[in-house]
Write a protein that binds this ligand. Structure first.
Ligand code: CU
Length: 486
């Protein structure tokens, strides 16, 4: 056991300095390592029921059954991950800024945890907000190896009830088969190469594959899912949460889907969007908000005084399929909610992104370095890349230097939207299609087809960091690169 842990973390303490960081940030009493108890997170197989059928999926739970972790800003993140599944795994703390050896990306920050092994994490939490954790190993995320990671701060108030809603897409087809079908199917459907009704045959043959001929037209979702989940459940049997009539609720919405974007539909509730990806914005009121893959929305709602039920729904992008939970005020009656919305939700745009303004923007300073990153790909063979380079271990990291203000210019040359995620740093959206503004600070931004989005960040966390599209099968196909600096 010890040696396995040493494999993961041994070199780290020596070279990058887990201990050094801990000592620098903690009161002297904690130097011995027993000031804050370690939270155990177990990676497990579990079974859930989807549409009346059993499904074997993964989960990340504490020994008492709690999914994921809720902690407080200022406390150290002191966690042991125990791998209880029969394959290697590694968990990424999405949106946090740990020392790079603790970032949880196999092959970049360290090796995966072998079955039966464990890994320890200990770093200070710089900020609060709604984050999440998920496997960065293979396609495990598709099997729900993900959980909430909530860091409470001054935004949390005693008179406000937290409701976490984790969205996910689900297929009974095993993820490796979905991926194989995408690679095979996409190659077969190039308009020039196919004779006509290939697409019909394909649909019958490949349960995981959505639309044929994707190369010819913009495509919203490569995969046809069997269900969409909110906290593991569909609208056939949604989670109901008791709330106080006249009370306040903070909805923490997390899109842990592998491939699916949604519009949040608050129905009769008025919402106030107060943070994106954990970071506060100048609040925006509304009843519908887009959420791309891997993004989070913190929405405050005032529950009306009348006893009633209030569904909080997520409508699939470009579709009528929906999922969600139900807030029940007093003895409000819960009616059955249709699994199809009245109207399909539109494809996600940057309209909201362009309106977001950071409450605490990055400092104003000159830009030291600009990297232009073209989002590229070909549907033939399901090839996804950055600057036409498909990721492999030999691709050199993009250069940056400690202390620099860096801007990433992302230009989408493909017919699909890509939610782009940077590890280890928060960034600020500073430009959309040539228009500069002081946009949201966040960790994942959507770049729709043909659009240009610029983000800025400060290189203040030396190490080797991943930067990638967060659509799982795009990431796995190679839409991934890294930054490295000392
Ligand atoms: Cu992508």
């Amino acid at each position: 056991m010890l040696s396995r842990r040493t494999v993961i973390m041994g070199a780290v303490a020596a070279s990058v300095g887990i201990r050094r960081v801990a000592q620098a940030q903690s009161p002297p009493a904690s130097a011995g390592g027993n000031a804050a108890p370690k939270t155990i997170l177990r990676l497990q197989r579990r079974s859930i029921e989807v549409n009346g059928k059993p499904a074997s999926v993964f989960g990340i739970r504490q020994p008492d059954g709690t999914f994921g972790l809720t902690t407080e800003v200022g406390k150290p993140f002191r966690v042991r991950v125990e791998n209880g599944i029969d394959e290697p795994s590694l968990i990424h703390w999405h949106g946090l800024t740990p020392p790079w050896r603790q970032d949880g990306v196999p092959g970049i920050s360290g090796p995966p945890i072998p079955p039966g092994g464990s890994a320890d994490y200990d770093f200070p939490l710089r900020f609060g907000g709604t984050f999440w954790m998920h496997s960065h190993q293979g396609l495990q995320e598709q099997l729900l190896m993900a959980a909430p990671l909530i860091i409470r701060d001054q935004r949390d108030r005693p008179d406000q009830q937290d409701v976490v809603v984790m969205l996910a897409d689900f297929s009974f087809t095993p993820p490796d088969q979905i991926f194989a079908a995408l690679k095979k199917g996409a190659g077969m459907t190039m308009p020039a190469a196919s004779g006509g009704d290939t697409s019909t045959a394909m649909k019958g043959a490949m349960p995981g594959m959505a639309k044929a001929g994707a190369a010819a037209q913009p495509d919203l979702n490569d995969v046809k899912y069997d269900a969409f989940l909110a906290n593991d459940r569909t609208l056939a049997d949604p989670q109901t949460v008791s709330v106080e009539p006249g009370g306040r609720v903070l909805l923490r919405l997390i899109n842990s889907s592998s491939m699916s974007a949604f519009h949040i539909d608050l129905g009769r509730l008025d919402g106030e969007l107060i943070a994106v990806d954990g970071f506060e914005i100048v609040p925006i009121r509304g009843r519908r908000f887009p959420i791309a893959v891997a993004q989070r929305l913190d929405i405050r709602v005032a529950v009306p005084h009348a006893a009633a039920s209030y569904p909080v729904l997520a409508v699939l992008e470009g579709d009528r399929k929906q999922t969600g939970i139900v807030l029940v005020a007093g003895n409000g009656r819960v009616d059955r909610i249709a699994e199809l919305a009245m109207m399909p939700s539109k494809p996600l745009t940057l309209d909201l992104e362009a309106r977001l303004r950071a409450k605490r923007p990055l400092s104003v300073r000159k830009v030291d370095r600009v990297h232009t990153i073209n989002l590229t790909g070909e549907m033939r063979g399901y090839v996804w890349s950055l600057n036409n380079v498909v990721w492999n271990k030999d691709v050199p990291p993009l250069p940056i230097a400690k202390g620099e203000r860096v801007e990433l210019v992302m230009i989408n040359r493909t017919p699909m939207s890509h939610p782009m995620h940077l590890h280890g740093h928060e960034f600020q959206v500073v430009e959309i299609d040539g228009k500069r503004f002081s946009g949201a600070v966040r960790d994942t931004v959507l770049v729709p087809p043909g659009r240009r989005v610029v983000v800025a960040f400060d290189a203040n966390n030396p190490g080797w960091w991943a930067f990638h599209c967060h659509l799982l099968y795009h990431l796995d196909a190679g839409m991934f690169t890294t930054f490295r600096y000392v």
